[in-house]
Design a protein around this ligand. Structure first.
Ligand code: TYD
Length: 198
């Protein structure tokens, strides 16, 4: 299976991806835990261009191209080989992040995002868990964490609220694939919700 975790910055999806990967490994599965932007050597190099520096460093179009280039490398070098040998892939973010982040930054970009995806990626996870958390709570968690990778978090609360709405809308757009998981509470409680949904 190919499983993705999605959500706004600080929602806890990275923790949940790790917990699910651990649980599946204990159950005897061959699991590759990976992330975007990144997940392969080339994509990790592109990641630095995307997440560091000023919030307005790239135009929205250039940003879409960079995310798509990173995803293509991730798909070729990490995801497809793992699935081909019968493994399970758990990824912290995938194409839904581009739909929501780049779509939220500029609503009229969604068509371009969809066309780039169809041309270069054309792959969807079997199941996607959106960790749903109130933007103010998530932003407080993100700031508490610190570090240099704050280019998107630095875009502010209004942006994070638009993202949260975008992720909820995805669950309606792709009801067969996307499950909305309540992100409130202790990590183990959220993990139990994910396992129940899976
Ligand atoms: P990530 O490493 O998941 O950050 P965090 O752990 O803080 O959630 O992702 C880095 C940033 O890149 C994050 O703010 C979301 C953004 N992003 C996009 O805007 N588009 C994309 O396609 C992806 C994969 C990430």
């Amino acid at each position: 299976m190919f499983i993705s975790f999605e959500g706004i910055d600080g929602c806890g999806k990275s923790t949940q991806a790790g917990l699910l990967a651990e649980a599946l490994r204990s159950a005897g599965h061959d699991v590759v835990l990976t992330r975007e932007p990144g997940g392969s050597q080339g994509a990790e190099e592109i990641r630095r261009l995307l997440v560091e520096g000023h919030g307005e460093r790239w135009s929205a179009e250039t940003e879409c191209l960079l995310f798509t280039a990173a995803r293509r490398d991730h798909l070729e070098r990490t995801i497809r080989p793992a699935l081909a040998r019968g493994g399970t892939v758990v990824t912290d973010r995938f194409a839904d992040s581009t739909r929501v982040y780049q779509g939220a930054a500029r609503g009229d970009l969604r068509d371009m995002v969809d066309r780039l995806h169809a041309l270069m990626i054309a792959t969807e996870p079997d199941r996607t868990f959106v960790i749903d958390l109130d933007a103010a709570t998530a932003l407080a968690r993100g700031h508490a964490r610190g570090g240099v990778e704050d280019r998107f978090e630095s875009l502010g609360l209004g942006f994070q609220e638009r993202l949260a709405r975008g992720f909820r809308a995805l669950a309606l757009e792709y009801p067969d694939r996307v499950r909305l998981i309540d992100g409130n509470g202790a990590p183990e409680d959220v993990a139990a919700r994910v396992k129940a949904a899976l």
